[in-house]
Ligand binder design. Structure first.
Ligand code: AMP
Ligand code: GLY
Length: 425
């Protein structure tokens, strides 16, 4: 079978790597892909928002399954465009993808189906929003409504800061149209976990649990990023409890949307906070997390093609996921300056030396230069992913492998898993 993977990050490299292990897969194409996929997939340059191009590619290459990595094409309706032409795609419809495309839509859906989440108010008017924040209790959270590349969430400790943020969003339009509506919500506290639910529009099967590390610096300091590292499983939530979390959070949403005529197939990612009042949903995403996917797919024993195809065809009744008992950890190596400005085109050394039976280096922002060298081409450059008997072993394996890799300006967190490891070690 020929498979097309859309995207170019570490998540997509992990998807390609895992699909490549399936005996049913004949050829994988990646648009646009990255340097790490060489040998696993044919990488084809192209615009992932140009659905006419993607569809004609799928026709020409006889693609039987398309797997969409990032959220933007899903929110733009790639699944509807492909399905209309009879192509199977892993991912939700445009209407379903609004769960990530509009934070307000997502919160309204949660409220409607009684999913535990932070209390919230919606504002479309700057003066009304300002009046609200001046009288509010602190801390509180302001979120721009649309897709903001992970930058649209502000946790604020005073009215003064809140007013500044509202001015930036409404007056200076830092998020363009995405900022013309905001959510102001209660600030929750507690550990965060990522639950990725595989769905066929009716059933929701949780993948192994994981935890991301969103801040740039050790100790959860510095600015928010796309994710600097992850591990799986999160040891303090048992498998049976994850099932019950899914029953309370994702299933009501998938089934509620189905009744409204909105099919949600693919991957529903729940960012949950384990608060003292119980688990609450911080956000839904409509695709695999990055770098959670690298850690989670590393432990999956099933044939990924079967799993994704069953979801795309709308029937997960026979799917049972099996997991490696070992723990996994992904440590992201980022370009100097990320998540701010950073240089590109810097040669990377030690990639082959870092790979071993327990370690795979998933590429994210990498490219091949004219001299055939692997060079940096993005903010998050690599995700070194390791297995170990325990989380501590996985961490040792990951950090040992990192010693082999270098590029000018390389930065990474040295404490992935610290909250858990300080409790268990
Ligand atoms: P989101 O993109 O909605 O996941 O938000 C990004 C990050 O902001 C989350 O991972 C949390 O750390 C934080 N965050 C979002 N909403 C809240 C909230 N209501 N209370 C506390 N922190 C939050
Ligand atoms: N790692 C967080 C995300 O993928 O949204």
């Amino acid at each position: 079978m020929n498979v097309l993977v859309i995207g170019s990050g570490g998540r997509e490299h992990a998807l390609v790597w895992k699909l490549n292990q399936s005996s049913k897969v004949k050829q994988i194409y990646a648009i646009p892909g990255n340097a790490g996929m060489q040998g696993l997939a044919e990488c084809v340059p192209g615009d992932i928002h140009d659905f006419d191009f993607l569809l004609s590619f799928a026709k020409e290459k006889n693609i039987e399954l398309t797997v969409v990595g990032p959220e933007a094409p899903l929110v733009d309706g790639i699944v509807d465009a492909f399905n209309e032409q009879g192509f199977a795609v892993f991912g939700p419809s445009k209407a379903g993808a609004q769960l990530e495309g509009s934070k307000i839509f997502s919160k309204e859906v949660m409220k409607k189906y009684h999913v535990p989440t932070a209390d919230f108010e919606v504002f479309t008017d700057l003066d009304k929003a300002k009046a609200y924040v001046v009288n509010a209790d602190y801390p509180l959270v302001i979120k721009a409504d649309g897709l903001c590349a992970g930058k649209g969430v502000f946790v604020l400790s005073s009215a003064e800061e809140s007013v500044k943020v509202l001015d930036e969003i409404f007056k200076n339009k830092i998020f363009g149209d995405a900022g013309q509506k905001v959510l102001i919500e209660e600030c929750l506290t507690g550990p965060e976990i990522s639950i990725l639910g595989l769905t066929d529009g009716e059933r929701v099967i949780p993948l192994a649990s994981s935890q991301d590390h969103k801040r740039a610096l050790d100790g959860d300091l510095g600015p928010n990023t796309g994710g600097m590292g992850a591990y799986s499983p999160y040891p303090f939530v048992l498998e049976k409890d994850i099932q019950s979390l899914v029953e309370k959070t994702m299933k009501p949403v998938v089934q509620g949307l189905k009744e409204e005529g909105i099919p949600f197939k693919g991957l529903l990612y729940g960012g949950l906070m384990l608060t003292e009042q119980g688990p609450k949903v911080l956000e839904f995403n409509v695709r695999f997390g990055d770098p959670e996917a690298q850690s989670v797919l590393f432990r999956l024993k099933n044939d990924l093609l079967d799993v994704l195809m069953a979801s795309a065809k709308g029937d997960l009744s026979k799917t049972q996921l099996e997991w490696d008992h070992r723990a996994s950890m992904t440590v992201v190596l980022a370009a100097g300056g990320y998540p701010g400005e950073y240089k590109k085109g810097i040669p990377i050394s030690g990639l082959k030396e870092a790979d071993n039976e327990n370690v795979t280096v998933f590429h994210a922002g990498t490219a091949m230069n004219d001299a055939g060298e692997v060079v940096t081409s993005g903010g998050r450059v690599l995700g070194v992913t390791a297995l170990g008997e325990t989380l501590l072993d996985a961490r040792e394996n990951a950090y040992e492998a990192i010693k082999a890799i270098s590029f000018e300006g390389m930065q990474f967190r040295t404490d992935i898993g610290y909250q858990i490891l300080k409790t268990v070690s």
